[in-house]
Design a protein around this ligand. Sequence first.
Ligand SMILES: [Ca+2]
Ligand SMILES: [Ca+2]
Length: 252
Amino acid sequence: MSESPEWYLVRVELTVTDVNDNVPEWRMVPSPYLAVVSFDTVAGTLVYKLYAEDGDEGNNGEVEYFLSDGGDGRFEVDRKSGHVRTTGLPLQRDREYLLTVVAADRLGSRSAPAVVSVVAGERPPQFTNTSFTIAIPENTPEGQTFLVTPAVSFQKKPIVYSLLINPSSLFSIATETGEISLTRPIDYESDQHRYLLLVRASEEHDSMSSAQSCAAYRCRGREEDGERELEKSRTPVGQELHGACEPRVCDP
Ligand SMILES: [Ca+2]
Ligand SMILES: [Ca+2]
């Protein structure tokens, strides 16, 4: 007489499925979103490229773009590509058009609205970050670049950099590159620990200019403390920057 088994094995296969739990996030740089267009341009001129990412799979993550408000019918947004183009209706010279746009996945989960500013004319240079915060060790040699504050020209002209606010003339900026360095060594124990700089970017032979703030912090005396401080403030930016530290965008 054979005994019946007291247990069996069964194999279970389990697949985790995606849930639409992400909304599209805007990924354009720099911010704010600025553009120019010639006031007498033809229909279909590319003005700006919207780009958003959605972390989900398939239809849950496929992003489409919409113009939700603004532009007086002068602009349209390609749903698939996110390209903003002119419709051909006449543009008012030097007027700023504010376009409110949204991105949505195929199931209709929407991003936060974004505003793109389009000027039908010229506009001043734009810095790649709205502000820069940086920590530098006190033993940073004079003349060594510790920060670059790059700006872009909407008119594709060369940019000239200068310092509008330069405490104790302690800082120097390279006119053509925007590289900032010290004019003399600084001492953590005897000098102040925090500086606010204001950088101006302007276009040569032109009145177009804009200014950007830059806060520089002196690190603690020893190099390793400085490195630790840098690590905390390290945030990727849209463009590679030179120097011992990387700037980060400040919260507004
Ligand atoms: Ca998901
Ligand atoms: Ca989604």
